[in-house]
Design a protein around this ligand. Structure first.
Ligand SMILES: [Zn+2]
Length: 381
């Protein structure tokens, strides 16, 4: 993670960089900032900067072996701990480190809700269990492998409960060159014993103008809409991302309903018009997102057919649509539809002509849903 990739917080970044330059890195620090402020990303950028082998004035180099491993969160001296949902297979945070890497790399502003969603955890209670505290003690007692510092970044120590006290001795008298970075959102919920042993780094939420700039610059949203979203998101980038996502999903939903209506009624003219005028003009990223959305909806329909409604998390309108669709079509048609939509997605990704790809897809789906004709090479067996 690089300071330059984190939006805002200029003064704080400078403060962190100076602390490294002046050799005043405290071994236990608490990055305290509200959800969506970027505090986890800042802690990681800081840890990377400390260990970068070729530090630049304002950021890590991005070239050295440490940077390259930090980029993928695979450095052997970089440890993470975070709340998760312990089960028989997953007793330690390390057991789901792959999920963690994926979640953070796809969204460095992630909230607990986003993380929960990535783990399909339903309504289970998040927790940092005592076994995890013991594992941290074990990990940090090892010598560092490659870097000067071993780093433990603990996200949301609020979920430690009293088992966190097992870590106190380690925080107080850490092995040499060991760095604890706690990243928290709510000071009231952290053990006082931890607060009193850490140096506080306070991270503010983005102000309205910063958030508007973020949306315009990073998300290509026009000024008026960015301003509206910034008002609702109130400095929380994760919330802004949720809002953008929901808007996209709503657009995808109404487009999908319209498209399928033309398909199942074999309304050729409107279908061609929709493919030509709308779908092929969405832009590649939106086209991919629309197709993935369509695939996901087909999967949801299959789940309904299989009586697995408890696995479905959809809004009311989408759920009604999925249930209706599940009564009209057979499993084989839906499975085949997924295959042909996936092929189109692949074609779009490979820079295929969207006009041709969408028209072809529309015709194949018409044959499939209206006439039960399975396109060549996709026959579901
Ligand atoms: Zn570097």
């Amino acid at each position: 993670m690089y300071f330059k990739d984190i939006f805002g917080h200029q003064a704080l970044k400078q403060h962190l960089i100076n602390s490294v330059k002046n050799n005043r890195v405290s071994h236990a620090q608490l990055f305290l900032g509200p959800e969506g402020s970027g505090s986890l990303a800042l802690a990681l950028a800081y840890a990377q900067y400390i260990n970068c082998e070729n530090k630049l004035e304002e950021d890590s180099c991005g070239q050295c072996s440490t940077c390259r491993k930090y980029d993928k969160l695979i450095h052997p001296d970089l440890h993470f701990s975070y709340p998760f949902f312990p089960s028989k297979e997953n007793v330690l945070a390390t057991n789901i480190i792959e999920d963690w890497r994926k979640a953070f790399l796809s969204n460095p502003y992630l909230s607990l809700e986003y993380w929960r969603h990535n783990l399909d955890a339903g309504n289970k209670q998040a927790n940092i269990p005592i076994k995890e505290a013991h594992d941290i003690i074990k990990k940090l007692s090892l010598k560092s492998f490659e870097s000067e510092y071993k780093v433990l970044i603990m996200w949301l120590p609020e979920y430690l409960d009293t088992q966190g006290n097992a870590l106190l001795k380690l925080i107080e008298e850490p092995p040499p060159k060991t760095l604890f970075l706690f990243v928290a959102e709510n000071q009231d919920k952290i053990l006082n014993t931890i607060i009193s042993r850490t140096q506080l780094i306070k991270i503010n939420k983005l102000n309205h103008d910063e958030m508007t700039d973020y949306l315009i610059q990073e998300k290509m949203i026009d000024k008026k809409r960015a301003n509206e979203l910034a008002l609702i998101a109130d400095g929380n980038i994760q919330e802004a991302l949720n809002l953008i996502n929901q808007e996209g999903e709503r657009e995808n939903f109404s487009l999908l309903v319209q498209w399928l209506r033309y398909i199942v009624t074999d309304n050729g003219l409107d279908l061609i018009k929709l493919s030509d005028d709308i779908l092929s003009k969405l832009g590649r990223e939106n086209q991919k997102s629309f197709l993935l959305y369509a695939i996901n909806m087909m999967r949801q329909i299959i789940l309904v057919q299989k009586g697995l409604r408890n696995l479905i998390f959809l809004q009311e309108e989408e759920l009604a649509f999925v249930i209706k669709f599940s009564e009209l079509f057979q499993f084989e048609q839906l499975e085949t539809a997924i295959i042909v939509i996936e092929k189109t997605h692949y074609g779009i990704e490979r820079n295929g002509n969207p006009k041709i790809l969408f028209l072809d897809l529309s015709l194949q789906l018409t044959l499939l849903f209206k006439y039960q004709t399975f396109p060549k090479g996709t026959q579901y067996i």
